[in-house]
Design a protein. Sequence first.
Length: 276
Amino acid sequence: MAGQIVGISLVRNEDIFIAQAITNVVDFCDKIIVLDNLSTDNTWQEIQRLRSKFSHIEAHQINDYRESHGYISSYAGSDTWVLGIDGDEVYDPTGLKRFRKQLLEGHFDDHWALFGNVVNCVDLDLKRHKARGYLSPPSRSMTKLFNFSALESWNGPCERLHGGDKHFRAGFSETQRFSLNEQNAWDKSFFRCLHLCFIQRSTKEKKGAMSRLQPDEKPEWLKRLDRLGIGWVFSVVIQNDRSPWKDSKYRRGEVQSVDVTMFFPEGRSTSCWFLE
């Protein structure tokens, strides 16, 4: 039986949805670590507001995203599930309450990683409580939930929950992944997420649907500017508002419309930036 669930969020310029993304997992996680990597919009202010409201949130500013994994590497070998939350990932908080019970009762202890249902959104209308996007499956699920009791160690430096030097305990391996999204329909899933990767995420970005380049898609000069905190200005120009990798992974199948009422409950509303 797992002892705790730890959330970790690595963000840069995510001031539109970061409050909703974190608020929706506060009851699911026993602890949440939020790392701001050189944001130039209002992301850090939003994080500070969340930290003052929820005592189990800790927040740090970091200069290099490769520092991020060090904040969770010590959990390897312990009875801990680690959930990665990006600033464009908004989970269903009601479903997570039920899922937390299953997780802590040990229903998935034989698995290394769990993958949930996702809608990769191309449009979000909060006034009508509707989103349009591509379901997973057939699109890729980007949820990041890992059983750290399966590990002996996982060391960096690397981006949190990506890469690094990973060593499994006897009886576990990288292949022990369970795709819950293939077992449960979107409407029946407890572990489901709105992935807002094709929607404006920062007040520093231009209005309208867009996607950001993946780290591996960026040229070296842009990576260096990223570390100085100004790379986002040039990212918009060179990518022409599209990431080929995200298009290939997250735009599969037909566009579907879903109700998002559960994801934006009253009293836990997102930042007002998106509605202005």
